[in-house]
Design a protein around this ligand. Structure first.
Ligand code: GTB
Length: 216
């Protein structure tokens, strides 16, 4: 049975691969599994039928047989466990790869998302200018620690893993920013991840949705 995921019918990122279905598409590509995509509008995402799959009315979701999942961490882990390619066979190495998935989602992504959300939700508030440096500092600190751990290594812990996939999709959100460029090894790490053929295929697949909606 081919798994089905949901994605934005009209992604606000205009095909730049920033919506979270990218992680899931990329994971499928890394392990060589076909998947189908059901596109949903913002209105559909808030309807009971979609909320039955995703309690928070968001994308992506994942359905396979009788299983329905939400949360990209859980979905990518499911895909990574289903076939070789994203998790080492050795139990200790496997746990460390999963640890990096959690680090990406729980430790690195939150300050990045908070700063990004403030950019469009709080920009007009009088205190925004005062808050911005504090948010930048939080991101900077996380990136400095991540950079120190990565050092000259190609990936976070040995071979490319689901941990790298998740971390790269988090860093993509600040690609090209001075925050990321201040850590050249992280910028190079992200470029390596983006150069992977599986990433390119996932990127083109989500971009095709945008181009088709544009009539291209
Ligand atoms: N923790 C959840 C997960 O990891 O699965 C978060 C899921 C989530 O945030 N989904 C977003 C969503 O459905 C899409 S990815 N939002 C609609 C809603 O909440 O009503 C977030 C996102 C959206 C847009 C851009 N962009 O335009 O650049 C980037 C990222």
């Amino acid at each position: 049975m081919t798994p089905v995921i949901t994605a934005f019918a009209a992604s606000p990122d205009k095909g730049r691969g920033l919506a979270r279905d990218m992680r899931v598409r990329w994971a499928f590509e890394e392990v060589g599994r076909p998947y189908e995509v059901r596109l949903v509008s913002f209105a559909e995402m808030k309807q009971p039928a979609h909320r039955a799959l995703h309690p928070f009315g968001q994308i992506p979701t994942f359905e396979e047989g009788g299983l329905a999942l939400f949360e990209t961490g859980a979905i990518v882990l499911r895909i990574a466990e289903s076939r070789p390619g994203l998790l080492p066979a050795d139990p200790d190495q496997r746990s460390r790869a999963i640890q990096w998935m959690f680090a990406a989602l729980n430790t690195v992504e939150p300050p990045i998302v908070e700063r990004e959300a403030a950019g469009y939700a709080e920009r007009d508030r009088p205190w925004h200018a005062e808050r911005l440096p504090m948010m930048d500092e939080r991101v900077t600190k996380r990136l400095a620690d991540l950079s120190a751990r990565l050092g000259d290594a190609e990936w976070l812990d040995g071979e490319f893993s689901a941990g790298d996939l998740m971390m790269a999709t988090v860093l993509l959100r600040i690609k090209g920013s001075t925050l990321l460029e201040a850590q050249p090894n992280l910028a190079a790490y992200l470029a390596r991840a983006e150069a992977r053929p599986a990433y390119r295929r996932a990127f083109e697949a989500q971009r095709a949705v945008f181009l088709k909606a544009q009539g291209g």
